[in-house]
Design a protein around this ligand. Structure first.
Ligand SMILES: NC(=O)c1ccc[n+]([C@@H]2O[C@H](COP(=O)([O-])OP(=O)(O)OC[C@H]3O[C@@H](n4cnc5c(N)ncnc54)[C@H](OP(=O)(O)O)[C@@H]3O)[C@@H](O)[C@H]2O)c1
Length: 311
């Protein structure tokens, strides 16, 4: 089968489009014929070796953490799934494998694919959806009626955090560049503003807020300024670097390390099918162009969430 993998860490040039053996499902695993995967910023960090110390991987490594496809074979002791089921999954980061014609997924990572959108577009959901879910509900412990600032709200994770927060009954202030504003209003954000002037402080955007969620890569000094946007007793949650706590004001902080969770993903799929969250896919690219996708992401030229078509 065809797959995109790297044999050594490096830039996008280490990605090779090559023939590899079709994997065989072991106990508790499912073999999926992949319709699509999607690009996530962490794919770039893994390929570059930036996570090698904290998360050792075996080389060669087939890239692609997201997966949408069809079950073709069940390993031993797998129950509740059938050949032909359409599924989505976030694959384990340390073994991944989605950028291939066939991929192995732990059975517990799988959820039924949404029925109301194209199967390939469902590949935009797993990692970003789980990151949004875990940030909003596990780290921030978001409650109905709370005020929430989402920084980087127009991005892949931020767009889902905004929608999950609105769906949960929170009042959302969404921060991102103007080209995202109409879409963010459409998600139900109460207030949509351009990039923060951190020196101006929270009052300039209607804060402080009970919850601040950050998805923007900021310097340690800028992250420290974000603490000022959190109301006394509130919480800061970040997917892009830790926001310092402020014990005097009882402001706590938490950072995300996203994990695969089939039950949470099943819940996210139900929200997609109920029209309570919408996926914004900015581009579709064929598998053979994945190295170019990595290169464009590194150069800041990707138009947004990019689905990579395998089938
Ligand atoms: N630790 C984890 O488990 C985990 C999991 C998932 C994601 N992440 C990280 O979370 C971050 C977000 O991921 P993503 O997939 O959502 O990335 P993304 O789609 O690139 O989203 C980032 C968003 O931030 C916007 N932005 C950039 N600079 C800004 C600024 N100064 N003010 C306001 N908005 C700004 C971008 O706008 P433009 O598009 O206009 O540039 C974009 O809409 C990444 O750093 C990713 O690595 C971490």
């Amino acid at each position: 089968m065809k797959a995109i993998r790297f044999h050594e860490f490096g830039g996008s040039e280490v990605l090779r489009y090559e023939d590899v053996d079709r994997p065989v499902p072991g106990t508790g695993q499912v073999l999926v014929r992949v319709a699509a995967t999607s690009f996530n910023p962490v794919d770039d960090h893994i390929r570059a070796g930036a996570l090698a110390e904290m998360m050792p991987i075996t080389l060669p490594y087939v890239t692609g953490i997201d997966l949408a496809g069809t079950v073709v074979e069940l390993g031993a002791e797998v129950t509740g799934l059938d050949v032909g089921d359409r599924v989505v999954a976030m694959l384990p980061l340390d073994s991944a494998g989605g950028a291939a014609e066939y991929a192995l997924a732990p059975a517990e990572s799988l959820a039924p694919a949404p029925q109301t959108i194209e199967l390939v577009d469902a590949a935009a959901l797993p990692l970003t959806g789980l990151a949004a879910w875990q940030t909003a509900f596990e780290l921030a412990e978001l409650k109905p009626g709370q005020t929430v600032l989402v920084n980087g709200a127009g991005g892949a994770v931020g767009s889902l955090v905004v929608q999950l927060a609105v769906d949960a009954g929170a009042h959302v202030t969404a921060v991102d560049a103007p080209q995202h504003a109409d879409r963010l209003r459409g998600y139900g954000a109460d207030r949509v503003v351009g990039p923060l002037d951190l020196a101006a402080g929270p009052a300039a955007v209607g804060g402080p807020f009970q919850v601040v969620v950050n998805h923007v890569r900021l310097s340690p000094e800028e992250l420290a300024q974000l603490t000022n946007y959190v109301a006394d007793g509130g919480v800061a949650a970040s997917t892009a670097g830790p926001i310092p706590e402020n014990p005097d004001r009882k402001v706590r902080s938490a950072s995300l390390w996203v994990r695969s969770d089939g039950a949470q993903l099943t819940d996210l799929v139900a929200k997609v099918d109920a029209g309570r969250i919408r996926l914004h896919v900015a581009a579709h690219r064929p598998l053979g162009e994945l190295a170019a996708v990595h290169e464009e992401a590194a150069a800041g030229r990707l138009p947004g969430k990019t689905v990579v078509l395998v089938d």
